[in-house]
Design a protein around this ligand. Structure first.
Ligand SMILES: Nc1ncnc2c1ncn2[C@@H]1O[C@H](COP(=O)(O)OP(=O)(O)OP(=O)(O)O)[C@@H](O)[C@H]1O
Ligand SMILES: [Mg+2]
Length: 306
């Protein structure tokens, strides 16, 4: 059987306690796979470890235990195959918006001429509505939403195999958000790109995702469910709510956030050495549950060095 494009295996993140008390186990035994070309969203309460997981996938942070494999290669550092939009849309402050984009494009396509790099970068800046002068401003001279759009243009312009998006539309007004969501879907559907996106917005997740991963609250957070969204594409913001399954899915997600994320939290479910797969569910179908949790043997968790 073909291996999944992205494999997250037995991931945990532990921070030592600053006061010498118990270490903080942010999440433990996080396991999931993402197939090539899939669009996966992840939802969970603040502090459960979503950005940390994304930074580990990006190769910018390391997990305490476990491994991430992309294209059969273990992720061990950043790569131009992975484009990241950070939650705080970090840009290089000394470069203009345009240069923040061309910098990545020139690194990604070293054989391109200056004009090719510029044309390509402008295409993505225009896509996010940032041209006509604003592109020459430094990040400090841009609004939060504008900075977020530069960050989106920069990540999309390097056409990475994997797009990692951390609440990429959080600072945008509803109209701009809708436009850029549509652009994201257009770019993604015309490519074999894989997307992993963090969002707090359940409606956004249902509109965009093939699958939504649900994380329980921390500490000892884990990915508890993988919710399949098989609403046919193209999906329209205005009409998707009329799909038969829409509210079943929405209620399932809202119930998870309001109740189950808390009820399922804690370490008591964790059996050392056992891999706990997220429960696969399709709330739009009768019964809903596709797979029961199937623990698989994995290497024993090693105690954290103190
Ligand atoms: N350097 C650190 N030392 C100790 N704890 C840390 C450190 N960095 C992050 N944490 C903790 O790790 C947890 C997970 O943080 P993370 O930013 O991944 O959460 P998140 O799910 O992205 O939250 P949000 O939805 O608010 O963005 C938090 O409880 C945070 O306090
Ligand atoms: Mg975060």
């Amino acid at each position: 059987m073909e291996k999944p494009f992205l494999e997250i295996d037995g991931l945990s993140k532990v921070y030592p306690s600053p006061e010498g008390g118990d270490p903080l186990v942010v999440f433990e035994n996080v396991n999931f796979d993402i197939n090539k070309g899939e669009f996966v969203c992840i939802i969970g309460h603040s502090g459960c470890g979503k950005s940390t997981i994304m930074n580990v996938l990006a190769g910018l942070d390391t997990a305490t235990h476990g491994a991430v494999t992309m294209d059969n290669t273990e992720v061990a550092g950043p790569s131009l195959d992975r484009g990241v939009v950070f939650q705080n849309y970090s840009l290089l402050p000394w470069l203009s918006a345009l240069k923040n984009v061309t910098f990545g494009v020139a690194a990604r396509y070293p054989d391109w001429s200056r004009k090719q790099v510029l044309d390509h970068s402008y295409k993505y800046l225009e896509m996010v509505g940032l041209s006509g002068g604003a592109e020459h401003r430094k990040p400090s001279q841009l609004s939060g939403g504008m900075r977020q759009r530069v960050s989106i243009a920069r990540a999309f312009a390097i056409q990475p195999k994997l797009l990692l998006l951390d609440e990429p539309f959080g600072a945008l007004d509803a109209l701009t958000r809708g436009t850029i969501q549509d652009e994201l879907i257009r770019i993604w559907s015309g490519s074999d790109q894989t997307v992993f996106m963090i969002t707090h917005d359940v409606d956004e997740a249902i509109l965009l995702a093939d699958r939504i991963l649900l994380m329980t609250n921390g500490p000892y957070a884990r990915v508890a469910e993988s919710v399949v969204i098989d609403i046919p594409r193209p999906r329209e913001r205005a009409t998707i709510i009329h799909n038969d399954g829409y509210y079943k899915i929405r209620n399932h997600l809202v119930d998870f956030l309001a109740r189950r994320s808390k009820d399922m939290a804690g370490k008591e479910d964790i059996v050392p050495g056992q891999r706990i797969e997220p429960l696969e569910v399709n709330p739009a179908k009768d019964g809903g549950v596709i797979s029961e949790e199937t623990p698989k043997k994995t290497p024993q968790l090693v105690p954290v060095a103190s």
